[in-house]
Write a protein that binds this ligand. Structure first.
Ligand code: SF4
Ligand code: SF4
Length: 357
């Protein structure tokens, strides 16, 4: 029997070492310093004198195989065939010969891939799957990101912000969105509408009841059929009941809106990680270019750019100037809905497996 040489790995990240540029592999853990020669380029020097330049380019995120082949051809021509993708779908080329750096940058920009996204620039926007891949989105996160990226192109290729700015979008409020300096999140504003004819056939009612964070869903008999009902006074319109029970339709072209949150940070570099806070809500979900979203993001970015001190992330800047000044300087309206200190959240949010009615 032939020896098995390959085991299928169903989960987990693959071992990166076989894909790593030889200079990086040989010097793993032996780097002595790094610098940032220009936007989109990082330089690392190893203890033995080896050098490597990393050139970062933005992609359009959802890529067809022609584009991926084009990126791979550029890697073969200028970067010894090695690339890596970042978590924000930038592509990075590693080059051990300085003479190849500028031709690589030219090849990328000539093919429409902007070089940038390093240091104090606006990095590529993280987005969730949207209409292309997911079954529950309230909007197309990738479309809103494309419109925004077009608008923020110059902030990606230049390093003019006080510090790094990370943006993210989420097309529902409950699953794969993340903390970011500026986060764009869909927000439902009306409770779900239930199609009682379908609930019994499609939904596992106990799991839908258990899913609600504020225990607003109850089993009910409607027109003689087993169904569900929602206590609309309790419902916080989170949309968590919709994935396990599509007949609880919550997406609505008019009442599903965009909200913008600021000051989130995942890393603990220089200051501790922070949760982002809501600063604008009720922004129309207006495809295909979502201009109202771009306008608010621009407003926040421009204010931060003008007012932030060097090295301040958005959260540090707001900590220094205070929330009243944030709203004054950005010109965003402040309403009573912005205040929530979650006092009492322990008893009102569903934090245990017990179901309370
Ligand atoms: S954020 Fe929600 S709707 Fe969007 S891809 Fe993730 S799970 Fe799907
Ligand atoms: S899961 Fe969310 S949207 Fe559904 S009923 Fe509960 S609070 Fe309302």
């Amino acid at each position: 029997m032939a020896e098995r040489t390959h085991e299928t790995i169903e989960s987990g990240t693959p071992d990166p070492m076989p894909y790593m540029h030889p200079v990086m592999k040989n010097n793993y853990g032996k780097w002595v310093y790094h610098s940032h020669p220009k936007p989109g380029v990082l330089y690392h020097r190893a203890a033995n004198g080896d050098q490597v330049w990393t050139v970062k380019a933005g992609t359009q995120r959802q890529m067809d195989h022609y584009t991926i082949r084009k990126l791979a051809d550029i890697a073969d021509q200028f970067a010894d065939g090695y690339v890596r993708f970042t978590t924000r779908s930038n592509i990075e080329y590693m080059v051990s010969d300085q003479a190849k750096v500028e031709p690589l940058i030219k090849a990328l920009t000539d093919n429409g891939f902007p070089v940038g996204g390093t240091a104090n620039s606006v990095s590529m926007i993280a987005h969730t799957q949207g209409w292309l891949h997911c079954d529950i989105p309230g909007t197309d996160a990738s479309g809103a990101v494309k419109a925004l990226m077009d608008d923020l192109y110059s902030e990606f290729v230049n390093c003019e912000m006080p510090n790094r700015v990370k943006l993210s979008t989420s097309c529902c409020e409950i699953n794969c969105g993340g903390q970011a300096d500026i986060a764009i999140v869909i927000q439902h504003t009306k409770p779900p509408k239930i199609n009682h004819d379908l609930v019994a056939n499609i939904c596992e009612r106990p799991s839908v009841v258990a899913r609600c964070p504020v225990a607003a869903i109850r089993p009910a008999l409607v027109n003689g059929k087993p169904s569900l009902e929602v206590d609309e006074k309790k419902c916080i319109c989170c949309g968590a009941c919709f994935p396990p029970c599509p007949p609880m339709q919550i997406n609505d072209p008019e009442h599903s809106k965009f909200a913008i949150w600021v000051g989130g940070k995942n890393s603990n570099a220089r200051s501790k990680p922070t949760f982002h806070k809501l600063v604008a809500a009720g922004i129309p979900n207006n495809p295909p270019r979502w201009p109202e979203v771009s306008e608010v993001v621009r407003k926040i970015l421009n204010t931060y750019k003008a007012d932030g001190r060097p090295w301040e992330r958005v959260s540090d800047w707001i900590d220094r100037i205070g929330w009243p000044a944030f709203f004054e300087k950005t010109g965003l309206p402040f309403t009573k809905y912005h205040i929530d200190n979650w006092r009492g959240g322990r008893s009102t949010l569903n934090a245990s497996t017990h179901i309370r009615f």
